[in-house]
Write a new protein. Structure first.
Length: 116
């Protein structure tokens, strides 16, 4: 359902991902309402996978995927709107979104074992 919505509403001329028919963008409350509705429409199998997912988790997921794709932390910060009053990227905030897990670093640690 999320992918279908994004495909249906994609408009490269708009700066917003989530839009309504009455306005340029959905409000934050509108996005959360839409996300709850989307979850309520999930099949039982889908629900088991997403029951603990909150809309905000998608921002974290995007940040992880962007970093894995080679984006700089500063680029992710700008995209997520993590900007200081002076206009600089607030990378401290963004770093919390992109913290790595033990599972992510395990292969790198294993590779280091072979390095002298």
């Amino acid at each position: 359902p999320l992918h279908a919505y994004l495909e249906r509403t994609a408009d490269p001329t708009r700066p917003f991902v989530f839009v309504s028919q009455r306005a340029d963008r959905l409000t934050e409350a509108g996005i959360h309402h839409w996300f709850r509705t989307l979850k309520a429409q999930a099949t039982h199998a889908e629900w088991l996978l997403i029951q603990d997912v909150a809309f905000h988790d998608l921002r974290h997921d995007f940040a992880h995927r962007a970093r894995a794709a080679g984006w700089l932390l500063e680029e992710v910060a700008y995209y997520l709107g993590h900007i200081t009053h002076s206009g600089a990227p607030a990378i401290q905030t963004t770093a919390r979104y992109t913290q790595v897990s033990r599972e992510q670093i395990r292969p790198r640690l294993a590779a280091l074992r072979g390095v002298q």
